[in-house]
Design a protein around this ligand. Structure first.
Ligand SMILES: Nc1ncnc2c1ncn2[C@@H]1O[C@H](COP(=O)(O)OP(=O)(O)O)[C@@H](O)[C@H]1O
Ligand SMILES: [Mg+2]
Length: 382
């Protein structure tokens, strides 16, 4: 375990909402953190002591941006990996490690990683050519091997007729899982190899947008499933040797199996509630892990429900928030707005965490707020 050195310079690639919340959560340590993002209006820009406008997908920009950093991290996976590898060769600490990012950013390689290690996951095929050759594998979920996020790179193939609208490019076909529940476990691992698992969360999805709509913790799965899920998350983190956070999305089947869906090597949507509802937030935990500080307690203080504030379906343009007054009336309701000036259908604009001693009450309040709060556009310019 290294001593707590507050002058370590951290370079963060990406300035989205995850970067913004990371800054918010560790601001009391007054760390030396710089953010790189192509947009001056990036959610993290306004809160960063140091902000550089630039493309994290560009080799030279990344090398130059990280030149005086001691530790390099990311808040988005789609960054220039060659640059990260070079920085690692130069002796910088790059967490999560580029070799791990390489596996995770390709859903095909990710699935192979699980398969080779006997980690339970749904059967899959890697495909490039004609999908008609794979109808014997239907029903399945087609997933773009790279670049997908927030349900944008997945497409259900149930019958031959679906092929016409399938995703272009190399993809991974994953057998359709008739899951009973979707859950996620976030685990942190520091350089020493210490791990800490956040309490399991359960998700409810908006099937139209393929986006998580409501998330709650503690999950209502059996303790047997909880243990299986936690063990799997720790196993994956250890086998990868990751330093930082690993969010593991899983399916629970009707037979009580736990199957790994995918992982993200960073703070995750399913951990927003940890800001108010756990002793240590996922954002602080990520920073503790990459600095090799002792990991914080992940214990839940009170039950939590989180809803994403997504841009309304047919609205695009300057963002306007309706119904926030209602949210502000309730005790234990925390509204987070990411400061994105423009909304778009289903764009993640913010989230609300409801904290309540009763999970049922928290869910009720969250559902009420879901109906009240709307992110619309005042000009609705497309
Ligand atoms: N094999 C599958 N069977 C059924 N539903 C799936 C399958 N894979 C993914 N899904 C659904 O689609 C959602 C998005 O898929 P995921 O692979 O997690 O992509 P993303 O990168 O967009 O999060 C999942 O959370 C789940 O609801
Ligand atoms: Mg996912």
């Amino acid at each position: 375990m290294s001593a707590v050195n507050l002058t370590t310079k951290i370079a963060v690639l990406g300035g989205g909402q995850l970067g913004r919340m990371m800054l918010q959560e560790v601001s009391r340590y007054h760390l030396n953190i710089a953010i790189l993002d192509p947009s001056l209006e990036a959610p993290a820009a306004a809160l960063a002591y140091q902000f550089e406008q630039g493309d994290f997908k560009d080799y030279d920009t990344v090398i130059q941006f990280c030149a005086d950093a001691d530790v390099v991290t990311i808040e988005i996976e789609h960054v220039n990996l060659e640059a990260l590898k070079e920085l690692e060769r130069q002796g910088k600490k790059v967490f999560p490690q580029p070799a791990i990012l390489e596996i995770i950013k390709d859903k095909g390689l990710q699935k192979q990683f699980y398969q080779e290690r006997g980690i339970p996951t749904a059967p899959f095929r890697l495909v490039e050519g004609d999908l008609a050759d794979h109808v014997d594998f239907f029903p399945c979920m087609q997933k773009s091997r790279t670049g997908g996020y927030d349900g944008k790179g997945v497409y259900p193939l149930k019958s031959v007729g679906d092929i016409d609208n399938a995703l272009p490019g190399p993809s991974m076909l994953e057998k359709w899982v008739e899951f009973e529940k979707e859950i996620a476990v976030i685990v942190a691992r520091n350089e020493t190899g210490e791990t800490a698992v956040f309490p399991l969360v359960e998700m409810e999805f908006n099937t139209e947008a393929n986006l998580v709509e409501l998330l709650f913790c503690p999950s209502q799965v059996s303790s047997d499933i909880q243990q299986k899920a936690e063990r799997l998350a720790i196993q994956i983190a250890n086998e990868m040797g990751i330093v930082g956070l690993l969010a593991v999305e899983m399916f629970v089947t009707k037979q009580g199996e736990v199957l790994v869906n995918e992982v993200a090597p960073r703070p995750h949507n399913s951990g927003h509630h940890t800001i108010e509802c756990c002793y240590t937030s996922q954002y602080e935990q990520h920073v503790r892990a990459i600095l090799n500080w002792p990991l914080g307690s992940t214990e839940l203080i009170q039950p939590a429900v989180m809803i994403n504030l997504l841009g309304a379906k047919s609205h695009a343009g300057k963002a306007h928030y309706e119904g926030l007054e209602e949210a502000l009336k309730h005790p234990g309701v925390y509204v987070h707005l990411y400061g994105k000036s423009k909304t778009a259908p289903y764009r993640k604009m913010g989230h609300v965490t409801v904290m309540n001693p009763s999970l049922e009450e928290a869910k009720q309040v969250a559902r009420e707020l879901m109906n009240h709060i709307q992110v619309v556009s005042v000009d609705n310019s497309k």
